[in-house]
Design a protein around this ligand. Sequence first.
Ligand SMILES: [Zn+2]
Length: 513
Amino acid sequence: MTVVTESWVLDVSETQRYTGTLMTQYEPTIGMEVHAELKTCSKMFCRCTNGLGLEAEPNVHICHVCTGQPGALPVPNEEAIRAVQKAGLALNCALRFHSKFDRKNYFYPDLPKGYQISQFDEPFCERGTMEIDGKPFHITRIHLEEDTGKLTHPTGADHTLVDYNRAGLPLMELVTEPDFSTAKDARAFCQKLQQILRYLEVSDADMEKGQMRCEVNISLHEVGADRLSGTKVEVKNINSFKAVERAIEFEIKRQTEALEHGEHIIQETRGWDENRGVTVSQRKKESAHDYRYFPEPDIPPFDFTAEYIKQLKGSLPELPDAKRVRFMNEFSLAEADAMIITEDKDVAGYFETVASELGAKRDSGETKAELSRLAKLAANYFITEVRKHLAETRKTIGEFVITPENFAEFIVIVADGTINSSAAQTVLAEMYKGEDNDPSHIIERLNLAQVSDAGELEGIVDTILTANAQSVADFKAGKQNALQYLVGQVMKETKGKANPKITIEIIKKKISL
Ligand SMILES: [Zn+2]
């Protein structure tokens, strides 16, 4: 087969060369750098509040250290170091036993010291991997540094404002290998990274709020050539997952067209313009930056023991992949459902409490199959109804008014056929109101319970059959429509509360007598 394919390829290219229509094909090589602000109590090297997410006046969470006053001494934040190491362990990195901080020297108004404390050659974490759909993507390193201040350029003004509240916040930087070849995988990587950081509770990693920032570098190479042979273009200012995908797709298209027109790709930094959906040249690369890194003289290097790393690893929570697989095994959820339920750690926690309540509500004699049936029903209602409700009311699962106990109770009631599916919607809508979340109370108050009592239904069916002799005759003659009609009459009589399954059984039994 291989031989045939190869000769076919040769033939085509020979023909194309001959006719002059040969079009060089290009493939992208994509790498990423992701910054995430860590959710610690205080800043990286001082005692100022980490005011992330707090609405604050400019320049209130500042001190002599984070504004770079002469003689101020930095003291590293242990919580931040542990956070970055946890992220490293969760991403299968090797943790360095010996590590240090370095000074990265450059001048910019948002950097009051004239240098940034970062890590150069001994980052806390190295050589990790993240799996997406079974494919491994390699992580070169994860290091810790301090964030810079924030500049604002008021429209029409001749000056720039600087806010140092953000200066000195702990910032984790993750660098990937250039392993990506599609925008979709790059986006999936960022999304999964956010999910893992949130599971670890080390960062909220909200891209819209700037708590997680992605930079991508993209080069194109000819098919069959060295993957790294193209000229690298960096894209910054990417503020959403969607923008990660769009910016990469735009760059691939732009570079392909340039190459096809015989142009050279310029090594440069470009910015993503969200409104126009294009990347714009920001800075041509004159030469490689020389930051003149040297070890930070005010912070002694670190030595970590194997025991410390082992303990840290033991303290990691269950991560999304493991949780998804467990939910599939324990509750027989379909992979797609388990994926949705475990997307958010708090949602997964809510669901798990519901599932354990379901177990508690059933006698110990219940089989695993029955519990799976209930858990699946709970997942269904959660995915189709509750998620919609949360999205519509812009609430998080933490703000959801229905307790797991009451939600489990509701599921059992539906599973038992106490109420029909339209009544279930009414009950849920009442539960959302939050005044009385107990579904049994609601069913009683609104008189929604299905009539499943055979004795009660038989009396009603008798009346209906007597009053509809023609339909009975039609059904006996084999007309299925007649049965539908009779069931409809029973429903009308019971205001929709007759249990349809039991009603049909009774009608059939009575007619065949
Ligand atoms: Zn400070």
